[in-house]
Design a protein around this ligand. Structure first.
Ligand SMILES: [Zn+2]
Length: 182
């Protein structure tokens, strides 16, 4: 079974409370209990791993309960800022978005135990292909797109755009993300 690290839940919890005030994540837990019969932890032990399916179900519940249409994008941006500032501060010394995103996708395994990245880079462009992730979930692809964009901006890159040009949720064989910047 595909698993995701407790940090993915802890960051979602922090984001919900940041977005909608203290108690917001509690509302998400209630929704999971009522709609799905899931009793989600309130405290996520640092070394715990949970099913990835539970993570995307929690993400969708948070989207439904807290609701701005750009929820997935906002969460991706929050995740990039939080994870890089708190966990991977040394990455900020990598001033090229290309190096930064290569190292960033190299960190994927700290969050999820399925999915492998292939990165192809050209000047001012990067193409990242994610294969065999344990869930197919268009919402989480929006999170990844937004994470990559915000992370690239954190290196000082300007006019960053990230396109999710092929997606397994639309029948493609793998998920392809193409970033460009100036
Ligand atoms: Zn996708």
């Amino acid at each position: 079974m595909a698993r995701s690290a407790s940090i993915t839940f802890a960051t979602l919890q922090r984001f919900c409370n940041h977005l909608a005030g203290a108690g917001a994540f509690e509302r998400v837990r209630e929704q999971l209990r009522e709609r799905h019969g899931i009793e989600l932890d309130r405290i996520f032990a640092p070394d715990a791993w949970y099913p990835t399916e539970l993570f995307v179900t929690s993400l969708d519940a948070a989207h439904d309960v807290l609701g701005p249409p750009s929820f997935y994008e906002l969460y991706g941006e929050f995740g990039a800022v939080h994870e890089v500032n708190v966990l991977f501060r040394w990455m900020l010394r990598l001033t090229s978005p290309s190096f930064f995103l290569q190292r960033g996708t190299g960190m994927w395994g700290r969050f999820h135990d399925t999915g492998t990245w292939t990165i192809e880079s050209a000047p001012r462009q990067l193409r990242g292909t994610l294969r065999d992730f344990g869930v197919v979930h268009a919402g989480y692809c929006r999170v990844v797109t937004s994470w990559m964009k915000r992370a690239a901006q954190m290196t000082g890159a300007r006019d960053v755009s990230v396109m999710h040009s092929q997606c397994r949720a639309s029948g493609a064989e793998a998920c392809v993300f193409v970033g460009e910047w100036r």
